[in-house]
Structures are given as structure tokens and as C-alpha cells.
Design a protein around this ligand. Structure first.
Ligand code: HEC
Ligand code: HEC
Length: 264
């Protein structure tokens, strides 16, 4: 007890405690970011997923796609689009569609990862279609060849998405979007589902190894292009903000304590 009391009287104690607290908060933040989706995917069992997806679908999608995904005048049939298409469309925020237009925009997703998987599992019961690629399949890119990926990218993707992956205009007011925001899973899903005017790249056109190499190349493009902000392992705006906040606030507190001590 005496030790603790002495520690509390130490003029550095409050600074140390503050840094500890801020450190724990930021660790917690990045931990949550990294762990949530695989954990959720494993916990939720298949049957409850389908039930949950069915309810979410009736509420958020059936007005355009029909209660059984048969389609209406406001949306196409989902009879055999498969789980990958739903995961792509919903996780990129394209669905539910906000406003009709030449192109469905990427936007902030309306559903979390668990709800998205539930919707995908439900739509997959309508008929056969591409499944969501497994984590192992997607992670192949980590060991794939950049130069092979570059070659494949230039022959298969650059004519629409541009050599730098920054996207480009197509006909009739449509465009191929920038690839800077797509995750490796979303890139994989785009290739196997061919959203809108993008072609489907089947296993014959691009083997799983070729797809992995293309994903690897797009990661390199995005890394070298660095679209602004501090690099910080490219953890995203939340982590960057938190980092600045922690360091900035910490520095201010130290200055305040130092000034206070001098005055006394
Ligand atoms: C306001 C109407 C509307 C709502 C609500 C809506 N969609 Fe759509 N959806 C569309 C239209 C229109 C398209 C075709 C868009 C295009 O690609 O041009 C589409 C396309 C899709 C596709 C791609 C189909 C394909 O052939 O590749 C999927 C998957 C999809 N929607 C799933 C959903 C899910 C899941 C929801 C609910 C979370 C939903 N949609 C809500 C109108 C809607
Ligand atoms: C004929 C033109 C065309 C080609 C070729 C093409 N794409 Fe696309 N791509 C598109 C269009 C158009 C969209 C947007 C579809 C939508 O909004 O529904 C798109 C969307 C995407 C997205 C989603 C981006 C996001 O942020 O949501 C990814 C990822 C993608 N394409 C990757 C690829 C890759 C990888 C290749 C090569 C293997 C490729 N595309 C080839 C036209 C093309």
C-alpha cells in the first residue's frame, strides 16, 4: 500500500497511467477490427444463419427482389446468383440499392458481416451459384507472384479499371470503379460473380492461382499509390485518427503538467 501511495504521489504517475489507458484503448480498437469477421463466421451455425437471413431479406430486399427472390419490376431475380454475389453486393454497400441509376454505387454497408453472411446463406437456398470463397482460397494471394499478377491484370482488368487501378468511364454513363477500397475477398468475389458490366472470370479463364496473383498485384498497386493519409500499416482512417489522437493528446497533457510544475 505504501508503495502504491508513493507511486501515486510521483509526478509522472498520472502521465504513465494515462498512456497505459490510451494504449489499451487503441490495442482494443485494432484487435476488434481484425478479429470480428472470422470469429463471427465460425460461431453462427448454418441453420440459424438461413433463418436470420430469411427475416432480413423479407424486410430489406423483398420489395425489389420478391419474397422468394423471384424478381419484380424493381429488381432482377436472385434465383441462381449464389452467396458470393450477395456478399459482394451487400458488403460493398451496393445493396440494398438506394436510388435507381446507371450504376449502383459503392457505399457504407447497411449490414454488418454476420447479417451479410445470413443474407448470403438465405439467397443460396434459392438455387446453385458461386459460393463465398474460403479464407484459405482468398489468402493464397499472400504468397502469389506480383509480376505474374501484373501481367494478368494488364490483360484482363486494365482496359476497364485502368493501369493504376483507379477506374475509368465505360459507355452509357457507367464506369469501372477504383480498386483502392476493395478487400481481397471482394476482389475475388467480383471476379467470380461479374457485377453489372464486368465479365465473369470462370476457373477456365483464370485459375485460382491466377486470381490470387491478380489480387496480390492489386494490393501492390494500392500500396505504392498510397491515396493520402499516413501509411501506418494502412489500418484505415479509424486507426490513423486514433493514433494521432493518442499521441497528440498525450503530448498536450505532458506539456500541461510541465507548465503546471514550473509555475509552482
Ligand atoms: C430498391 C430496389 C432494391 C433493393 C431494396 C435491393 N435490391 Fe438488389 N438489386 C436491385 C437492382 C435494380 C439490381 C440490378 C442492379 C445492377 O447490377 O444493375 C440488383 C442486384 C442485386 C444483386 C446482383 C444480382 C446479379 O444478377 O448479379 C444481388 C445479389 C442483390 N441485388 C441482392 C440484394 C439484397 C441481398 C438486398 C437486400 C439487402 C437487395 N438486393 C436489395 C434492386 C434492389
Ligand atoms: C468490361 C469492363 C471490366 C473488366 C474487364 C473488369 N471489370 Fe471489374 N468492374 C467493372 C464494373 C463496371 C464494375 C462495377 C460493377 C457495379 O458497380 O455493379 C466493376 C467492379 C469491380 C470491383 C468492385 C470494386 C469495389 O470497390 O466495389 C472489383 C474488385 C473489380 N471490379 C475487380 C476486377 C478485376 C480483378 C478484373 C480483372 C480480372 C476486372 N475487375 C475486370 C468492369 C470491369
Amino acid at each position: 500500500m505504501a508503495k502504491i501511495a508513493r507511486f501515486r504521489r510521483n509526478r509522472y504517475a498520472s502521465v504513465i497511467v494515462l498512456f497505459f489507458a490510451l494504449g489499451i484503448v487503441s490495442l482494443g480498437f485494432s484487435g476488434v477490427n481484425n478479429l470480428v469477421s472470422p470469429a463471427v463466421a465460425r460461431i453462427a451455425s448454418e441453420e440459424t444463419l438461413v433463418d436470420k437471413g430469411s427475416a432480413l431479406f423479407a424486410e430489406g430486399c423483398s420489395s425489389c427482389h420478391g419474397l422468394n427472390g423471384q424478381g419484380t419490376s424493381d429488381g432482377p431475380t436472385l434465383a441462381s446468383v449464389g452467396a458470393a454475389s450477395v456478399h459482394f453486393q451487400v458488403s460493398t454497400g451496393r445493396m440494398p440499392m438506394a436510388a435507381p441509376g446507371a450504376q449502383v454505387e459503392r457505399k457504407k454497408p447497411s449490414y454488418n458481416e454476420e447479417e451479410t453472411l445470413a443474407l448470403a446463406a438465405y439467397v443460396a437456398t434459392f438455387g446453385p451459384g458461386p459460393a463465398i470463397p474460403s479464407v484459405e482460397q482468398v489468402n493464397e494471394w499472400i504468397n502469389a507472384s506480383v509480376s505474374e499478377g501484373g501481367e494478368l491484370y494488364r490483360t484482363n482488368c486494365a482496359q476497364c479499371h485502368n493501369f493504376a487501378g483507379s477506374g475509368g468511364a465505360l459507355t452509357n454513363g457507367k464506369y469501372a470503379p477504383s480498386l483502392a477500397l476493395a478487400t481481397p475477398l471482394q476482389i475475388y468475389e467480383a471476379m467470380i460473380t461479374g457485377p453489372q458490366s464486368m465479365p465473369i472470370f470462370s476457373e477456365e479463364t483464370l485459375t485460382p492461382e491466377s486470381k490470387a496473383a491478380i489480387i496480390r498485384y492489386i494490393q501492390e498497386l494500392n500500396k505504392s499509390e498510397n491515396p493520402g493519409g499516413l501509411a501506418l500499416g494502412r489500418l484505415g482512417p479509424v486507426a490513423e485518427g486514433l493514433f494521432l489522437w493518442t499521441i497528440g493528446l498525450g503530448a498536450l497533457v505532458i506539456v500541461a503538467i510541465w507548465v503546471g510544475a514550473r509555475v509552482r
